[in-house]
Structures are given as structure tokens and as C-alpha cells.
Design a protein around this ligand. Sequence first.
Ligand code: DP6
Length: 319
Amino acid sequence: MATAIAHPNIALVKYWGKQSGSGNLPATPSVSITVAGLTTTTRVVAADRDSLRIDGQVRRDSKVNALFDAMQDAFELPPISIETRNDFPTGAGLASSASGFAALVTAIDGEFDLGLTPQERSAWSRRGSASAARSIFGGFATLASGDGTWTATELLAKDAWPLEVVIAVTAETPKPVSSSEGMERSRTTSPFYDAWCRSTEADFETACRAVAERDFGSLSEVAEHSCLKLHALMLSSRPALLYWNQATIKAIETVRRLREAGTPVFYTIDAGPQVKAVCAPGQGGGVAAVLARSPGVLRVARGGLGDGARIADDTRRRD
Ligand code: DP6
């Protein structure tokens, strides 16, 4: 039996849209931070037949099945029983699929002694969910193409620039349209899709430079731009993808007001209504206290930058 833990990551330059063909390859490069404080724990054990439990409920998941079938073929694995738990809402825009697939691949690697490198675990995770490729790494990570292949890498270690994250939870319910379905809808129906793909390369370069230079102002500007551009793309899809609620907009206003008053903070939002405030080191407490009082915010979660996916039991740790 092997147990792995992984944290979600929050994209600062977003991935939305896939290339045609197999392998779940993104159409655009992305930059993210891995966030401690939210954790997926996944236990894998060889069994008589495949089974999956998420937060105690028996589930069937076509993405998990497809990934596991591919790994079974590649490594001649027996059936497995998977038990996974999130200490945060599943499928509500908190990147549970990212931490989920990163933890699953890491646990399979541990259980069957596959000896995969972090890059290999990342590539397998990407096949389950592209954002999961980034959760194999801690701190700041990228998912980009180089030499014709798409790989995730660590851009900067978490301790090199210990940004803090405050998540304003505005709804605990699962999102109405999954990311995979939503991005396919945007690709096939939005008149903005080509512009999104063309312009994201420059955002990616800007964000990588901002991280390398620890330039919070530049990172704030490009991250909010990428976020709003993503949601403009979603809104221009048919039928429109509207993931926000009223509390989402209020929380955006709250973050803007905080920044105008001098707090180094910016917001980003994924395929869900939660607002993630990213702030300079030492600012998390103050930002959390203000966001907790923003109208409609149910609760806030706080975290620093986290480590990449790993085996929970240190004796079986591989990276
Ligand atoms: C808005 O990685 O969940 O969070 O590859 O289809 O599983 P699939 O999509 P997924 O999409 C993440 C979308 C996003 C932006 C991001 O994380 O880059």
C-alpha cells in the first residue's frame, strides 16, 4: 500500500484549450503556484478488481479509468483500489483534479516501485488532467512545450519567493460545467479563441520574467489580465460559461480596494466562483481578515506555497 499527498496549484497564466489528438496536450503554456494548506491524500493498493472512492463515496470516473488503463498497459500493473480524500470541496474550482491526478500517479509509482522521475510522473499526470502536471512540482511551476514535447518544470523554489495565498470560498457546490467540457466549448464556439491562444505566449514570457525577477507588480498585472481574458473567453462561448456569482465580483472589488490602499495583492479565478488572492510575503493575515468580511464569502482558506506531490511515508519517498 502506498499513500501520496499533493496540493492543488493555481494558474497565474491560465491553460484553457487543448491541441487536437491524443495525450491531453494544452494549446497554450501556463504558469502556476502550488499551494500548501489544501491537500489531497490518495492511497493505492493492489486488489482483485479496480475501484475508486473519493471522499468516502464509490465513484466511476472515465478520466481515472483511462489513465489507469494506460498505466496498466505500460507497466503491466494488476487491478488497484484507490481511496482519495480532499480536505477541501471537490470539483468547485479549487483544482481538485490537479492535486488528485498528481497524488494518484505518485501513489501508483510508490505502490509498484516504478521508479518514475518527477518529469515522468508529471507527464502521466498530464494525461489525466493537464493542470495536474504542475502539481508534481512545488513553488512556481510551468507547463510549456520545449523540443516538441510538453513538460512541466519547477520555475522557482517556494522558499525563493514565499508568496502567500488566501482563497475566498463563495460556494461549496460542484461547478456546472467541467473544465474539459468548457474549454472544448470555448475552442469550438468562441470568436475570441484564436486571439486567446496567440496572446498567451507573451503572457507566459512576462510571467516567467516577473517570477525570475521577483517583480510582484508585473506578476500582478499579467496574472489579472490572464484571468480576465480567460473569463472573457468563457463568457463569449456558446452557451456562455459563467462561473462567477455575486460574491465573486464583490471579492474582486475587495482585492482591488486593498491594492489601492497599498497592500501588494492580486486576484485570480479559475473555472469556479472562488477568488484566490495572491499576496506578497507577510500579507496573508491582513488580506484574509478583509476577504473574510467581503459580502457573500463563506470562509477563507490560507496557505503558503507548497511542495510537489510526494509519498506520505518518508521511507518510500522518491523525489
Ligand atoms: C481554469 O487541467 O482541469 O484551472 O486537462 O481537461 O483536465 P483538463 O483540464 P484542467 O483545466 C484547468 C483549467 C484552469 C486553468 C489552469 O489550471 O491552468
